[in-house]
Ligand binder design. Structure first.
Ligand code: SF4
Length: 356
């Protein structure tokens, strides 16, 4: 039997709908918005996972729901807990594909990093996920289920709530744009997870046209750009996508993004030994960012070595000099704290151990 990602026995996962979809479906079935809201809250407030258990619904509504939708299954294959409270989840989807989600502990709360694609075609050659080609995009329900699964883990452990979401796991979110936007609408929904847009960050490798689309979305989530090099020569060596959307095209899109949203952009910069970590690159980075300096924030990230890539982490002194140079030139930057360095914390590393 061929596996259908959207429909199982003619039904789709209830988690594939955002509130607007659910209300439209309910209207078409002559279910009032009063009951549609109850269904929504049963799903995301009460976290009920079967329709018959939704005791505040009439039986005929439960029957219609049962005929139209099902609850998809997400199997927990492995959980890795780090001493710094980072937890990495390896999850199996219904078609047996493996994905990862990461829960991170911060002073400001609990944040979850979600996966949006199985594999990734962007081809960053410093990344474990980039070593495996994209098999497919994740559906909305498969992204939302990661949040539900991690919240379930927290409910059982500490009862803390997820406060932040970063769309930075395996995959390029803007290459799965519509599903990711729908996912954002669910986590941002005040009757669902109610995670404020300022607590949501989407990270892109720089698909310029989608940066402009993102600027026009109702949800004003934060944007992060994986820059990693201050010029096209170096960046193209690291990220094949730079041959399609070079730095000039990305920065033109970012300037427009800033004009529309008035929001800051975070630049992610992985520090790789003897590659992008000298003062020459620091100066180039300062010059590149100068025109949008007021809206820029640089995250310097110690590289988490991936065995297959051959890259090494910058030395402590190179990272400090780089950081000092940026700070001296009034570029706001931070040296990011590592998460889970003794577990397989680099994106895709846990998954890649299972896929040979
Ligand atoms: S870093 Fe992100 S965009 Fe690049 S290959 Fe890895 S998963 Fe894809």
């Amino acid at each position: 039997m061929e596996w259908s990602l959207i429909k199982v026995n003619g039904k789709q996962s209830i988690y594939n709908l955002n509130r607007k979809d659910l209300f439209e479906w309910a209207k078409a079935k002559s279910i009032s918005s009063f009951y549609a809201l109850k269904i929504w809250e049963n799903l995301y407030r009460k976290k009920i996972t079967s329709f018959p258990e939704m005791s505040d619904l009439k039986l005929d509504i439960i029957n219609i729901l049962d005929q139209s939708f099902y609850f998809n299954h997400l199997e927990l294959v492995e959980v890795q807990e780090s001493s710094d409270d980072t937890v990495k989840f390896l999850l199996k989807l219904e078609d047996e594909s493996l994905i990862e989600s990461v829960l991170m502990d911060h002073k400001f709360g609990k944040s979850v990093c979600v996966t949006t694609q199985i594999g990734c075609n962007i081809g960053c050659n410093f990344c474990a996920s980039g070593l495996k080609p994209k098999m497919r995009d994740l559906e909305v329900y498969e992204i939302i289920s990661q949040i539900l699964r991690v919240q379930d883990y927290l409910d059982k452990k500490t009862k803390e709530k997820i406060t932040h979401v970063v769309v930075m796991g395996i995959g390029e979110p803007f290459d799965n744009y519509d599903n990711v936007m729908k996912f954002l609408s669910i986590i941002n929904d005040d009757r669902a997870f109610a995670i404020g847009s300022r607590h949501i960050t989407v990270s892109t490798s720089g698909l310029s046209p989608k940066i402009l689309d993102f600027a026009k979305e109702d949800i004003r989530a934060n944007l992060a750009l994986s820059l990693h090099a201050p010029n096209n020569k170096l960046r193209s060596q690291l990220m094949r996508i730079n041959n399609v959307y070079p730095i000039e095209s990305i920065f033109a899109a970012l300037k427009e993004y800033i004009q529309i949203t008035n929001k800051r952009v975070t630049f992610e910069y992985i520090m790789i030994k003897d590659f992008n970590d000298s003062l020459k690159e620091a100066k180039e980075l300062v010059d590149l960012i100068e025109p949008i300096k007021k809206f820029a924030y640089v995250n310097l990230i110690p590289y988490n070595p991936v065995f297959e890539t051959g890259y090494e982490r910058s030395s402590e002194s190179s990272m400090n000099s780089f950081f000092d140079f940026l700070s001296k030139h009034k570029i706001r930057c931070v040296m990011r704290r590592e998460h889970g360095s003794h577990i397989d914390a680099a994106c895709g590393q846990l998954r890649s151990r299972y896929i040979k």
